[in-house]
Ligand binder design. Structure first.
Ligand SMILES: Nc1nc2c(c(=O)[nH]1)N[C@H]1C(S)=C(S)[C@@H](COP(=O)(O)O)O[C@H]1N2
Ligand SMILES: [Mo]
Length: 409
């Protein structure tokens, strides 16, 4: 792998966790003693992961520190909006500068543009502002659960979060210079760079149709605050419905292209086999015979109230969680207590928009001993989760239905 990962020792894990001040169900003592990794993650990860607070953040699960890759423990995902200091952090490159707003500029241009512009943060803020609540999920979320095991950051359930993003429409930014009709992709660059010159710089592109979508933003606010440094201060691209890889942080270049972008992080990285996943959104200028770039997120859900193996009391127990998809919207969430033989519908919570986490809850009548809870979400175009993993070499798009066991005493 080109990405360098220095996985260092564990320190102060349980102490860091104990101070997070959450009053929801406690985890078993075995889990509390170590880093609260997702069950099923390769055992080796336990010995290298640590709970660690980056500046301005609550403790997150550190899976790598050069570049920084930190996921959210399950309890941070219990609300449909993820607080900024609980939001996961993912980088490909280790040289991450503190951007100075005074000198910060976004260079807008390219061979597909009619002109060039340099935008300051103030210029962006003077443009009409729009807000969208949207899930940012890393393509590799749940990679650590892949069977067989695949290389890469061994994410559990927590390489995702949902925030209210505010910014200018990318379409309006592009309107400032005007596009030629030959433009097929819009490329983004960020202020971070490789620490060693053998690592390819992180540049990404999206198809012109997605760039011009009214939901696609150049955002400077997250949940009513300036973006945290580690989530892209002072501005980042927000591509609602699509996986996090396109959400360029510290964006400092927006380039209109008349030819497909050739760059390591577009190809061979971030690709899925063609025809294996039921995704609607296509990136045709980047499609080749065997594979295509990852685009929209697949329909998925997560139980956040309890961990697999949790102890509960007999009688009525509320099991709850979130569901999300690539922007079609959640139609229903179903729960099965007999491993999929029969299903009942869960109650859906507040609808913050079609790109947001949709909360759901279900009343379980727990009997003494083992109780199983299986969840399946369906979106408004009829897509549902899968029973068996659709294997791919990068461990993307894992939307296998969870089936957890709760032990009632
Ligand atoms: N500048 C920059 N932007 C980036 C990346 C990066 O390495 N550098 N990683 C991308 C990937 S793969 C993901 S999943 C998201 C993660 O966003 P977050 O760190 O704010 O959670 O940022 C995206 N934007
Ligand atoms: Mo990612």
């Amino acid at each position: 792998m080109i990405t360098r990962r220095h996985l260092l020792g564990t320190a102060g894990a349980s102490a860091a966790f104990a101070t997070s001040g959450l009053s929801l169900p406690k985890f078993s003592e075995a889990e509390a003693a170590g880093v609260p990794l997702t069950p099923g993650i390769p055992a080796g990860v336990q010995s290298i992961a640590a709970m660690e607070a980056l500046p301005g953040k609550k403790p997150l699960i550190r899976l790598a520190d050069r570049p920084p890759n930190y996921e959210a423990p399950l309890e941070y995902l219990r609300t449909p909006i993820t607080p900024n200091d609980e939001f996961f952090v993912r980088y490909h490159l280790s040289d991450i500068p503190e951007v100075d707003v005074k000198t910060y500029r976004i260079k807008v241009g390219g061979d597909g543009a009619n002109g060039q512009a340099e935008l300051t943060l103030d210029d962006l803020k003077k443009m009409p502002a729009f807000e969208v609540v949207a899930v940012n999920q890393c393509s590799g979320n749940r990679r650590g659960l892949s069977k067989p095991h695949v290389p890469g950051v061994e994410w559990g359930y927590g390489a995702m979060g949902c925030a209210r993003w505010k910014g200018a429409r990318l379409k309006d930014v592009l309107d400032k210079i005007g596009l030629k009709k030959e433009t097929i992709e819009i490329e983004f660059g960020g202020a971070d760079g490789p620490a060693v010159d053998t690592t390819p710089d992180f540049v990404k592109s999206i198809p012109i149709w997605k760039a011009l979508d009214e939901s696609t933003l150049v955002a400077y606010e997250m949940n009513g605050q300036p973006l945290p440094h580690f989530n892209g201060f002072p501005a980042r691209v927000v591509v609602p419905g699509w996986t996090g890889t396109y959400w360029m942080k510290h964006v400092n270049a927006i380039t209109a292209l008349t030819k497909p972008l050739t760059a390591f992080w577009m190809n061979p990285a971030y690709r899925i086999p063609r025809g294996k996943f039921p995704v609607v959104a296509r990136f045709t200028s980047q499609e080749y015979a065997p594979n295509t770039p990852i685009t929209e997120m697949v329909i998925n859900s997560l139980i956040t109230s309890h961990r697999d193996g949790a102890k509960i009391k007999t009688g009525k127990v509320t099991v709850s969680g979130i569901a999300w998809d690539g922007g079609y919207g959640i139609r229903m969430v179903e729960v099965s207590t007999d491993s999929g033989k029969t299903w009942s519908t869960a109650k859906l919570g507040e609808d913050l928009g079609r790109f947001a986490f949709r909360p759901w809850s279900f009343e379980l009548s727990a009997k003494r001993g083992k109780n199983t809870v299986m969840v399946n979400a369906t979106n408004k175009i009829g897509q549902a989760q899968v029973a068996a993993l659709i294997f791919n070499g990068a461990g993307y798009h894992n939307n296998v239905m969870q089936n957890i066991t709760l032990n009632a005493a």
